[in-house]
Design a protein around this ligand. Structure first.
Ligand code: IMP
Length: 180
C-alpha cells in the first residue's frame, strides 16, 4: 500500500489504489456502452479534475462518441464556495444531442445541477451525469446522478486528477484527508 502524502500543510492517507480505480472505471464504461449502444453521445468533460478519469473512461467506450470540455470552479481549499464559475464554455451546439457530463466528484451537487440545467436550457435532448465519486452525505441536489463509480464519505480526497489547492492531481491513486 502507498504511503501518505503531504500537500501544502495537510496530510492525506491512501484510500483507493490504482487497481480499484481501474475496476470502477471499467464498470462505468461497460454500463455506458450498454446504455448508449447505437447512439453517438456528446461527452462533456468537466475540467480540471475529471481529465484523468475521462481519459481512462473514454478509451473504453466502443461506439461513436464526441468529446468536448467545460471548465468550472467552485472550490477553494477543501470547501465548496457555493458559487459556480464557468470558465470555459463547451463550444459545441448541444441542441438535440444526448449529453453525458463526465465529472470527477459530485459533492454538494451545485456544480452539476448548474451544468445540467444549462445544457437542458440550450436544447439538449437528454443530459446524464457520469461521476467517478459521489458523496451522498454532502449532496443537496434534486436530480438523479445516473452513473456513479463509487459512493464515498464526506471527506476531502485528492489524486487521480483531483487537487487540493492545485496540488495532488498527478497522483495515480486516491488519497483521503487524514482525520487526525
Ligand atoms: P459540488 O458543486 O459541491 O458538487 O463540487 C464539485 C466540485 O468540487 C468537483 O468538481 C471538484 O472539483 C470539487 N470537489 C468536491 N469534493 C472534492 C474533494 O473531495 N476533493 C477535491 N475536489 C473536490
Amino acid at each position: 500500500m502507498a504511503e501518505s502524502v503531504k500537500l501544502h500543510e495537510l496530510e492525506f492517507v491512501p484510500y483507493l489504489e490504482k487497481s480499484d480505480l481501474e475496476q470502477i472505471v471499467a464498470k462505468l464504461a461497460a454500463r455506458i456502452n450498454s446504455d448508449y449502444r447505437g447512439k453517438c453521445p456528446l461527452l462533456v468533460v468537466v475540467l480540471n479534475g475529471a481529465f484523468m478519469f475521462a481519459s481512462d473512461l473514454i478509451k473504453q467506450l466502443n461506439g461513436d462518441v464526441e468529446v468536448s470540455f467545460l471548465r468550472v470552479s467552485s472550490y477553494r481549499g477543501t470547501a465548496s464556495t457555493g458559487e459556480v464559475k464557468e470558465m470555459m464554455p463547451v463550444g459545441v451546439d448541444v441542441r438535440g444531442r444526448e449529453i453525458i457530463i463526465i465529472e470527477d466528484i459530485v459533492d454538494t451537487g451545485r456544480t452539476m445541477g448548474r451544468i445540467k440545467q444549462k445544457m437542458k436550457d440550450s436544447g439538449a435532448l437528454s443530459v446524464s451525469i457520469c461521476t467517478l465519486l459521489f458523496k451522498p452525505d454532502a449532496f443537496e441536489g434534486d436530480y438523479m446522478v445516473d452513473f456513479i463509480g463509487k459512493e464515498i464519505p464526506d471527506r476531502f480526497v485528492v489524486g487521480y486528477g483531483l487537487d487540493y489547492d492545485g496540488l495532488g492531481r498527478n497522483l495515480p491513486a486516491l488519497y483521503q484527508l487524514n482525520p487526525k
